[in-house]
Design a protein around this ligand. Structure first.
Ligand code: SF4
Length: 384
């Protein structure tokens, strides 16, 4: 199983909190970008060793800024170069503002069969603070328009823990999301990433982060409400109706190969990871000269083990000892269980049906627990 990710690095405006790579210069660079992506597909056609593509994901940036004709061109090239499964999951990220009935009709004629919509909040004041370009009414209309156009496989993103956000406000956001009955919800606590306006405002003392206790209450409320509504909490930040998990993101977490196209896109081929330059002009000139600009890391048993522990513990399936031994040997299992012991005792980890999982309390402290299970240096090297 393999996937392809295409990074569309254009946004109409930059949101306050975002550290994804994107530029607002769509008009100036769109044509060169589309040519460069096609060129990259040609240059890297063998990266996945001819494996059939089961998932395609257009992320960004804002892929919904591309016109239907641009998307059609991308899909045609993809189809020409890669073997794509007839039932592939094809996700496109979209901004609610772009999802007009006319645009959605054109999308229906393309291979897109799943939309991931950056709603973030149903509260207009919060949306203004985040510097989003839609309001809550537009978000609701966009969801209705998606359904009318025949898109049922929908996901929305929500953010909680905004400065000054009260628990009741988060609760009403969740209520609205549940009323709209979207089959997949990704909910993230707001983080203050360096190089964002949000981070600079925090550093300048112009806003205050929510305190940890309130943040945890919000997370707890999220889990409770989603569980009561029948969603499966299948990854720390992701909830799905049965059968509606994101196949693309799940394949990242289970270690499948993927090819990332476009500036800042990451790729993984089972033995190494590489990432394209996070700047548009070097990306474009690299592709024009058939000399892609990227960095590459050959994965050691240590980094493979660490990725495995990190991604498995974030998922509801947890770590299976049998699988861990098959992949990394008995030494790795003993090491993992030794590191896990204090957390099992504190009730942050549990062994259910022979597999190791984060408990509900453990989910709140996931970073701490996971980092202690990682293989950090040669002094703690498991014998594999
Ligand atoms: S959150 Fe999305 S729309 Fe906003 S700047 Fe980031 S990529 Fe662009």
């Amino acid at each position: 199983m393999a996937g392809i990710y295409i990074h569309v690095p254009f946004c109409r405006q930059r949101c306050l909190y975002c550290d994804f790579f994107s530029t607002t210069q769509l008009r100036q660079h769109k044509e060169d970008y589309l040519s460069a992506i096609s060129r990259e597909m040609e240059l890297r056609r063998n990266y996945l060793g001819g494996e059939t593509i089961q998932t395609l994901y257009l992320g960004g940036g804002t892929p919904s800024l591309l016109a239907a004709a641009d998307l059609e061109r991308l899909f045609k090239t993809l189809d020409h170069i890669f073997p794509i499964a007839h039932d592939a999951e094809v996700t496109m990220e979209a901004n609610p503002d772009d999802l007009t009935p006319a645009y959605l009709r054109t999308l229906r004629a393309l291979p897109v069969n799943r939309l991931s919509i950056g709603i973030q909040s149903f509260d207009d004041e919060e949306l203004r603070f985040l510097h989003r370009r839609h309001d809550s009414r537009r978000a609701i209309e966009a969801l209705e328009a998606c359904r009318e156009a025949g898109f049922e496989n929908l996901s929305i993103d929500l953010i909680f823990g905004l400065p000054g956000q009260a628990l009741a406000r988060w609760a009403s956001n969740l209520k609205e999301a549940l009323r709209l009955d979207v089959p997949h919800i990704s909910a993230y606590g707001l983080t203050y990433e360096k190089h964002t306006t949000l981070y600079r405002l925090l550093q300048a003392g112009r806003l205050q982060a929510v305190d940890e206790a309130l943040f945890l209450e919000m997370f707890s409320l999220l889990m409770e409400r989603m569980e009561t509504a029948g969603y499966e909490h299948y990854e720390i930040s992701n909830f799905a109706r049965p059968g509606r998990r994101s196949r693309h993101n799940s394949s990242y977490w289970t270690g499948d190969k993927y090819l990332g196209l476009g500036p800042a896109a990451h790729s993984y081929d089972g033995g190494s990871r590489q990432w394209n330059v996070s700047a548009l002009l070097p990306y474009l000139s690299g592709m024009a000269e058939a000399k892609p600009v990227f960095e590459k890391e050959i994965l050691t048993p240590q980094s493979l083990y660490n990725d495995y522990v990190l991604t498995r513990l974030r998922r509801c399936e947890g770590i299976s000892p049998t699988d861990l031994v098959i992949r990394f040997g008995k030494g790795a299992l003993s090491y993992c269980m030794e590191q896990a012991a204090p957390y099992l005792k504190r009730g942050l980890l549990t062994e259910k049906g022979g597999t190791l999982h984060l408990t509900r309390e453990g989910i709140f402290l996931a970073d701490e627990v996971i980092s202690d299970l990682l293989w950090l240096d040669s002094a703690t090297k498991p014998e594999v």
